[in-house]
Design a protein. Structure first.
Length: 107
């Protein structure tokens, strides 16, 4: 596997309380990059949650911001954790949905 510059930049960015969005063409390695970041965090003892809108049982968690917050709190509790969302473009108005979550400052 080719270690990309973006991976190192994202590792450093993990310490910031911000959302990172990885965009690119199909089959460019976006999911692989997220999985590498998740593995890195798990090795450090961090809590993670990986959701994928291509997976049927993950979709109900995106019906509302409240539903997603409930899922995150169920999986991560009140402690710090990292949430990865694959195929977010499947969610209508994904940008507004995520911005609203960030604006709530609950995550």
């Amino acid at each position: 596997m080719i270690k990309r510059k973006l991976y190192s930049e994202l590792i450093h960015h993990l310490e910031h309380k911000e959302m990172s969005i990885i965009v690119g063409p199909r089959q460019a390695g976006k999911t692989t990059l997220m999985e590498l970041l998740k593995t890195h965090l798990v090795k450090r003892g961090e809590r993670t949650l990986f959701l994928n809108l291509d997976i049927e049982w993950d979709r109900p968690h995106f019906e509302s911001q409240a539903a997603l917050i409930r899922k995150i709190q169920l999986e991560l509790g009140q402690r710090r954790g990292y949430v990865f969302i694959d195929e977010i473009q499947r969610k209508e108005n994904a940008g507004l949905f995520l911005k609203g979550l960030f604006d709530l400052q609950l995550l």
